[in-house]
Structure formats: C-alpha cells, structure tokens
Design a protein around this ligand. Structure first.
Ligand code: SF4
Length: 459
C-alpha cells in the first residue's frame, strides 16, 4: 500500500486543513507513513507569514533531491499559502512555484484538495489512484477531517470558514485561499455533535476571521443567513454549539477574530454562554492609527480600546492575547512607541510579536516600501517581546498563584502532565503514579508562576 506524510507549518487553520488532507488521502487508499523518509507521497502544507517558514520547505526540497538520486519514487505536493494555482508539473498553466522548486510535482490550493487525484494521475498515468465517486469527497468542506491534531479525542478544531475578505496589505491569505466562504451551518453542527458524542470536551471553532462567519461578500450574495434577521450568524452558531453542553461539551473557544467584527452581540454571547471560556486572542497588529491604516486593518486604536473595555466589563478576569507586527513599512520611532505604549496600556497577557517581512504578491510588497532596516526591526522586537511581553505574561500568571484552575490535559508522559486552564494558560503538574489523565479536565492548585508556564499540583 502507498503511504503519505504531511509536513504542516503555520497556524491552527493549517493544522485543521491537514486533517482534511489526511482523510482525503486515506480515501484514495494511502496509509499514514511513520516517517518522512519512507513516504511515497510527501505533502507540505505551507505558511507564508514569514520568509523563514517558506525557507524550511525549500530546505526539504534538497533532502528530496537526495532521496530521488537514490531512486526513491516520491510524489511531492505543496499546498497552503505558498500556492496560487492548482497544477501539476505537466499542466499547461503551472503555478509559479514550479520555477523555483525543481522537485515539485503538484501545487494545490487548499480548498481545491478534491483535485489532487486528477493531478496525481496527470504526473503518473500508471498510478492506481481510484476515481473518486463519493460526493462527500468532491467538496473541500464536506470532507470528514481525521481530527488528529490533538493527542486525545477530548479536543478538536472545527473549521467554519475559509478565505478572507479583509485584505490587510501585508497578508497573502485573500490571494492564496481566496475570498471568504462560510461553511454550511448544519454541517458544522453535525460535526460538533458527532465529536461530542465521541467524547470531545473542548471545541475550538476556527476561521481566518472567525467572527465574520456568515458576513462575507459571498454569503451576502447567496443570502444564506437571511433567515436569522438581526441575529449575527456567528452568534447563532455559538448558541447552537453551546447547546451541546447537555451532551458533554464543556468548553468552546474560537480563533482568530477580527476587531472590526467584535460586536456587542458577540461580547454578550461570550459572557453568557455556558461553555465559552474566559479567553480571547484578538490580533491588533499595531497601536498607532497611521500604521493600522497602511496595514488596511480598517479599525482605529480608539475602536480597539472600546472593545477591550467592553470585554473586560462583561467578562471580569478575561485573559486577552494579541498579535503585533513590528517594523512594518514606514513605521517611525513615534509609531513604534505608540504600539509599545498601547500594548502596555491594554495589559495583554500574551502576544505573538513578529518582525515584518515582505511577502511577494501582497499589496504592501507591490506598493509600500519595506524601508525599516533589519537591525531596527530586531531592536523593536527585543524591546516589545523581551522587555514588555515577558513581564506582562509573568504578572498575568501571578494572579493564579494559590488558586485552583481546571486543566484539560493535552499531553502526558509518565507522570508529567501538560494542559490548558480555562484562561488558556499552559499548566504543568504531576499525575498520581499509574493514572492516565490524558483528555481529562482536572483541578490543579497553582504553586509557581513563570513567564510562559504555570506549575501546580493536583487539588
Ligand atoms: S484579516 Fe488580514 S491578516 Fe487576517 S487573514 Fe485576512 S487579510 Fe490576512
């Protein structure tokens, strides 16, 4: 039997996509390979957020070249953010990646996964890949994911939309994944129900801008959610998923929302639904209106500040993290200082700070000069990440000292357990000898607060 290996990079959305890719390959008759070296089909599910993420894929191509020199027959597929056009090495119109990746056989846009069988036959007409007849394998969102990203069946990602309509100037997603499309609400609910029946306790709804579910241009044209009247489609979805509490669902989360679509309805739902956890990752990207404008983030610092105040008033103690890009095109010292001060003022408990790197094909790459030196980007990153973020994270952790939190155990090696609390804090503790807590939610008293992790003991 032929085997596959998928190498995944980037965000949770990519990991969720990989679960669909696995299901599709298994339907084609492929088995999961234990190692990269033994697989017959190697797929790279790529991320373009930084050059380094792309460089890692190019690095693997050199390994593949060596494997092929030893006469290993391998099919090489690249999917995810690096791809614009689904094509094979023999297609008349090929993705531009074929110009820089000599080892590449197939370039595949994520949502065009069902084209993989045809493209694989194009490169190897002798292959035994079967004709796909099942309707469920012809539509990307109908493919039943393997839910293999988590170690236990107690947690799952559920994708609710794909693509993006926001067009931030630094981002490639609207071009690589295309315009935003929402998944059928009944399909999402059926998937959630099945997961809960199989023991899932925590569902994370995911989408590029998850809270614009049902509000995309495409949804408006299709009038898909007109039946809801004033209620926002995302709220309806959250409420319906929350009803699964009766069947055993304990926690829901969602990621990542866009500040523009953080409505009062949504904040109310987060505060009142039984299963929603007191945590939110809300990317701000910059704390200066001029920078935000050049990024085309379509909100202001003042708007973001109001949302934060509403969230903290509706959900006391909520933990909020964010994303920041430093060194974006034209970022002056004053603009950076505003971002730094805003991070401080908002008291973010955690954050992913990245240095801007120009991505080919984006609006910024075409029209805005990347004029900040690498040294300045590094200095700004150091100041925000090592200076402020560490201190904020440690301070946020200290408020849990001596308190009991409930941890969903994601990983257990011997007695050593690791999991997340209600506030999405990473907590480490020891299980009793011989007990298996993987997938359980257990009370843990916090005894030590470090910068990135909490330590505790079973309560
Ligand atoms: S909201 Fe902006 S950063 Fe996020 S996926 Fe869409 S274009 Fe990219």
């Amino acid at each position: 039997m032929s085997t596959y290996h998928i190498q995944t990079y980037g965000c949770q959305m990519n990991y969720s996509d990989t679960e669909r890719m696995e299901a599709y390959l298994q339907a084609l008759g492929y088995d999961k390979s234990a190692t990269f070296d033994e697989a017959d089909l190697i797929m790279f599910n790529t991320c373009s957020i930084r050059q380094s993420a792309e460089d890692r894929v190019y690095g693997h191509m050199r390994t593949i070249e060596q494997m092929r020199r030893k006469h290993r027959k391998i099919t090489v597929v690249v999917t995810g953010c690096m791809v614009r056009k689904s094509s094979s090495r023999y297609s008349s119109q090929r993705d531009k990646l074929f110009g820089t990746m000599r080892e590449l056989d197939i370039a595949l846009r994520t949502e065009e996964l069902p084209k993989l069988a045809t493209l694989a036959r194009e490169i190897d007409p002798e292959s035994k890949i079967p004709e796909i007849k099942e309707e469920s394998l012809e539509d990307y969102f109908k493919i039943d994911p393997t839910h293999s990203s988590h170690q236990s069946k107690a947690q799952a990602f559920v994708a609710i939309s794909n693509g993006c309509d926001k067009f931030c100037t630094y981002c490639i997603v609207p071009y690589s994944r295309g315009r935003e499309k929402s998944r059928d609400v009944q399909d999402i609910l059926k998937e959630c129900e099945k997961l809960v029946e199989n023991g899932c306790k925590e569902i994370t709804l995911i989408g590029q801008t998850v809270n614009s579910y049902g509000l995309s241009q495409y949804d408006k044209e299709e009038k898909t959610f007109e039946f809801l009247g004033e209620k926002e489609p995302f709220i309806y979805l959250l409420e319906e998923v929350d009803k699964l509490h009766e069947k055993g669902l304990v926690r829901t989360r969602f990621t990542s929302p866009h500040p523009k679509d953080m409505s009062d309805q949504l904040i109310h739902a987060m505060a009142t639904l039984k299963t929603h956890m007191p945590y939110l990752h809300l990317p701000v990207q910059a704390g200066d209106n001029r920078t935000l404008k050049r990024m085309n983030r379509t909100y202001t610092v003042e708007h973001y500040r109001k949302i934060m105040a509403k969230l903290r008033s509706a959900i006391p103690g909520i933990s909020i993290s964010t994303d920041i890009i430093v060194g974006f095109c034209g970022e002056t010292e004053e603009e950076f200082e505003n971002t730094y001060n805003f991070f401080n003022e908002m008291d973010f408990e955690h954050g992913y700070i990245s240095q801007y790197s120009e991505r080919s094909g984006t609006t910024a790459a075409k029209f805005i000069k990347d004029d900040i030196t690498d040294q300045t980007k590094q200095e700004r990153w150091n100041k925000l990440n090592d200076g402020l973020l560490r201190a904020k994270s440690k301070k946020a952790h200290e408020r849990f000292l001596g308190k009991i939190v409930h941890v969903l155990v994601e990983n257990q090696e011997g007695k050593k357990c690791l999991g997340r609390s209600e506030h999405y804090k990473t907590v480490q503790f020891a299980a009793a000898s011989g007990s298996n807590l993987l997938g359980e939610i257990v009370p843990v008293r916090i005894t030590k607060a470090m910068e990135w992790i909490l330590e505790g003991e079973l309560a």
